[in-house]
Design a protein around this ligand. Structure first.
Ligand code: SF4
Length: 184
C-alpha cells in the first residue's frame, strides 16, 4: 500500500513536471532554513506587507513556521527557470503556475497524503486586487502562502540541493523561482 502511494506520488510529480516545465527534488523538510531576517524583509521594505492576505502580518509567527516544517518527513522543491519580456508579465505567469500547482496539491492529497500543503511560487496573486486580510480573502480555499511568508530562507534552502539562485540585478535576467509542496 505504502509502495503504491510512493509510486503514485512519483508518477504525479513527473506528469506535472513535464506539463509545467519544472524540475523537482524530494527533500527532508527538516533541512528547510527558517530565518528571522526573512520576516524582517517582509515587514520592512516589501510593498505587500499588510496588503496581501497570505503575507505577514497575515502569516504565522516565525517559530510556528519552523514547527510547521518540522512536522513533515517529505517535501518537494519545484524549480522554475523563466525569462519574461516585460517585468509585469511575471504576475500572469506565476498565477497560472500556482493555479496548476493547486491541482497537483489536490491530487497528492487524494492519493492518500492528508497533510499535502502547497507553498506558492511567490505571494498569492490569484486575484487582481487582493482583499488584504485572511477573513476577507476572495478565494480562501485556494489561497496559499509563499515560502517567504513562512519565513523560509529560500536561497539557503535550495542551494543545499544544488539548485541555482542568485540576486537578479535586472529584469531581463532569467528568474529561478521555487514553490514547495509539503507532502507527509
Ligand atoms: S486569493 Fe485573492 S484575496 Fe485571497 S490572498 Fe490570494 S489574492 Fe488575496
Amino acid at each position: 500500500m505504502v509502495e503504491n502511494m510512493q509510486e503514485k506520488l512519483e508518477t504525479l510529480l513527473k506528469a506535472y513536471e513535464s506539463e509545467l516545465n519544472f524540475n523537482f527534488k524530494l527533500i527532508d523538510p527538516k533541512k528547510i532554513v527558517v530565518s528571522q531576517w526573512v520576516r524582517m524583509k517582509c515587514t520592512f521594505g516589501c510593498s505587500e506587507f499588510g496588503k496581501n492576505a497570505c503575507c505577514p502580518p497575515n502569516a504565522p509567527p516565525v517559530p510556528e513556521c519552523e514547527r510547521f516544517f518540522h512536522e513533515y518527513g517529505t517535501a518537494a522543491i519545484f524549480h522554475f527557470a523563466k525569462r519574461v519580456e516585460k517585468p509585469e508579465d511575471r504576475h500572469d505567469w506565476s498565477r497560472k503556475v500556482n493555479e496548476k500547482l493547486l491541482e497537483l496539491e489536490r491530487e497528492v492529497f487524494l492519493s492518500g497524503y492528508e497533510r499535502a500543503f502547497l507553498l506558492f511560487m511567490d505571494s498569492c496573486s490569484l486575484c487582481g486586487d487582493c482583499a488584504g486580510t485572511r477573513d476577507k480573502c476572495k478565494k480562501p480555499q485556494m489561497a496559499r502562502p509563499g515560502p517567504e511568508s513562512m519565513a523560509m530562507d529560500v536561497y539557503s534552502t535550495v542551494r543545499q540541493y544544488g539548485f541555482p539562485i542568485e540576486v537578479r540585478t535586472d529584469y531581463a535576467q532569467e528568474m529561478n523561482r521555487y514553490a514547495f509542496l509539503m507532502i507527509e
